[in-house]
Write a protein that binds this ligand. Structure first.
Ligand code: WTA
Length: 630
């Protein structure tokens, strides 16, 4: 399935558009183990949304990610775990060992009542047990819902309840940099409102004292001793759900994006092999947390499906200093490095002294994901990290697409700073104007849609198919709408310009404005708020909140701190506003709609052209907002 030159890419692309079914059927049947081969390839309809790939095929993704490599290359390292403390030993786990660990833990899950189709919530730091928990869940046909370790108790509870998880897997605590973070304690707080949870399995990481409830809470290590290290993989239908991953949209609560076994497996594996051009023996380091889609597809599943060696790092890029990534690359002789623009910009800001004496000569490919990679950061990454020798793959995709959609193939596609370049085979992008009319030709801007299903397209939003339909398939009937703006330049290269909806991208984390507003509004004494993103040098976007209070605050700075606490408590620290401006009113139209355009302009510090404000109910609030702008 590996494309090795640009002519082969062009040929594959052409085939994938002319006959997508044949194209994917060949890849799917020739590169994976199916317990029952599929005869149906694709059944789809973007209007009354439905997509089925390889529908009558049967498989288990872990047979493909583990068993076949454990048989063919048992001693190849599957996972390298680099702990938070640089002095602590890293751990290498071979395919043979990983299969045993996963099977053993799969038996623990079974022994605790987890069955095919049950939902399992995983709330853990970046330790091997996290990857093992994910794979063990998949092995028995249960559905994992990984919740990023930085989310609050309330966010965990919302996610657990939405998909009625039966079991939660967590740790006693976590360490990130020089911070100790409670995990079990946070889960306990969440579970007060989660009657569906029957068992909590706790892996030990920090030896922090935790409360263990009799009958409900179990230690991972103890439970493991009672089960065997072999567990046959459950045979799944291709369209059975594999996982749920919650992500923010422009309205309401985060939604549970559902991906299924067959299509996800094929697409994650295919894109990993081609975008990164992984060669046997390479060490691949993805810095994403498994709590996000990048960690799912390009730390766990994509690499393991390819028999690759994937490095997982528990800590943060700036601990013990801003040279940590470079130290890891040098020590583990990393060949392929995949990170986020926010990390690149932040490390660039620390200066080049942290690169001194770090041998980065093993690097061959650099990747970026999550937000636009601006030109300055691109050049620094290219010159200082890649030494001008490593192609940069700027990969555009989303939780909903589950795999990379627009990206160079490393060393094959000619790159251009700040461009995601060209669609992968099987991906048919289209730019449309506000009315959904296709914008043809090159040198144009529009809203990015995809007009044909690829194997790992979102299948539904958990428990609410209507929401999936209305969010992605109703703005432009017949098309999947990404929510992103995009330009296609004279060469037909794509450059993602950012979200065109009310989703912010803060350090590569997706956060809905409505979510933050709801959190702020729940603070005592707050009447209303409006939140917008604004350009931020390191984070890409920062959060700017305009807040109306019941009474003029006596201690505005104290109130701001309290609001930050509330947001942290309700969502998590990643959603804390960078700026809070108290206002007496918000710019609203006569129909009561907040004119965010104006708020965005003020937050950007660009008030020269606010556009038409004549439809505002009370234009004077704009003056006040401009005067008080931070
Ligand atoms: C943004 C992350 C520009 C985009 C995999 C998208 C990007 C959202 C890029 C999805 C990129 C992701 N260039 N923008 N290379 N990659 N984005 O669901 O706005 O966390 O819609 O998935 O991130 O974020 P998500």
């Amino acid at each position: 399935m590996r494309i090795t030159n640009i002519a082969a890419y062009q040929q594959a692309y052409k085939k994938s558009v002319e006959n997508p079914e044949q194209f994917w059927a060949k890849i799917a049947s020739e590169n994976f183990v199916w317990d029952k081969p599929f005869t149906k390839i694709l059944d789809w309809n973007f209007n009354d949304y439905k997509v089925n790939w390889f529908e009558d095929g049967q498989l288990n993704i872990t047979t493909n990610a583990l068993d076949r490599h454990a048989a063919n290359q048992p001693n190849t390292v599957a996972l390298i775990y680099e702990p938070n403390e640089p002095g602590d030993d890293s751990v290498s786990i071979t395919y043979k060992e990983l299969l045993e660990k996963v099977s053993r833990f799969a038996n623990v899950l079974k022994a605790n009542g987890v069955q095919k189709g049950d939902r399992v919530c995983i709330y853990m730091p970046m330790i091997p047990e996290l990857a093992i928990a994910v794979l063990a869940t998949a092995r028995i046909g249960a559905i994992h819902s990984v919740v990023f370790g930085g989310f609050s108790a309330q966010s965990i509870a919302d996610r657990i309840n939405d998909s009625e998880c039966k079991v939660v897997i967590t740790t006693d605590g976590a360490v990130r940099g020089n911070k100790k973070i409670p995990m079990k304690e946070t889960v306990d707080e969440a579970l007060v409102t989660c009657p569906c949870v029957e068992k909590v399995i706790v892996a030990s990481r920090t030896h922090t004292p935790v409360s263990m409830i009799k009958g409900r809470d179990i230690w991972w290590k103890e439970a493991e001793q009672e089960v065997s290290a072999t567990c046959p993989a459950e045979i799944m239908n291709a369209e059975d759900p594999l996982f749920i991953l919650y992500t923010s949209g422009s309205t309401g609560k985060p939604k549970g994006v559902v991906h299924t076994c067959g299509g996800y497996m094929v697409y994650a594996a295919y894109t990993f092999a081609n975008v990164f051009q992984y060669n046997p023996g390479d060490v691949y380091f993805c810095t994403a947390d498994i709590g996000w889609i990048t960690g799912h597809s390009y730390l766990v599943y994509g690499p393991l499906l390819n028999g690759a060696t994937s490095l997982m790092f528990e800590g943060i890029p700036t601990y013990p200093d801003a040279g940590r990534f470079w130290d890891i690359i040098a020590r583990h002789k990393v060949n392929i490095f995949y990170t986020a623009p926010t990390a690149i910009r932040s490390l660039m800001g620390f200066g080049d002294s942290f690169l001194e004496n770090k041998d980065l000569s093993t690097l061959r490919v650099l990747g970026s994901v999550g937000e636009p990679l601006n030109e300055e950061a691109w050049h620094w990454y290219n010159d200082k990290i890649g030494k001008g020798n490593c192609p940069i793959v700027d990969t555009w995709w989303q939780t909903e697409t589950a795999g990379i959609m627009i990206s160079p193939l490393a060393g094959i596609t000619e790159t251009k700073p700040a461009f995601a370049t060209l669609p992968l085979p099987g991906v048919q992008p289209i730019l449309v104007d506000e009315n959904g009319k296709e914008i043809e030709g090159n040198g144009v801007n529009g809203n990015l849609c995809i007009k044909y299903p690829w194997p790992s397209i979102i299948r539904t939003t958990w428990g609410d198919h209507e929401r999936c339909k209305s969010t992605y398939f109703s703005t432009y009937p017949g098309l999947y709408f990404t929510g992103d703006g995009c330009m296609r330049d004279e060469d037909g290269y794509y450059r993602i310009t950012g979200r065109v909806d009310d989703v912010m991208n803060i350090s590569g984390h997706r956060i809905g404005t409505a979510e933050v507003e709801n959190a702020i509004n729940s603070h005592t004494g707050i009447v209303e708020s409006a939140v917008v993103g604004y350009p931020h040098d390191i984070k890409g976007q920062g959060i700017y909140a305009y807040v109306i209070c019941e009474h003029t605050p006596e201690h505005p700075d104290l109130l701001k701190k309290d609001i930050l606490m509330t947001v942290s408590k309700i969502i998590g620290p990643i959603a804390k506003p960078d700026k809070i401006q108290f206002v007496s009113g918000l710019p609203k139209t006569r129909s009561g709609k907040i004119m965010r355009r104006i708020l965005r302009k003020v937050a950007e510090g660009d008030v020269s052209n606010l556009g038409d404000t004549s439809t505002l109910l009370d234009p004077s609030v704009v003056e006040e907002i401009i005067e008080g702008a931070l």
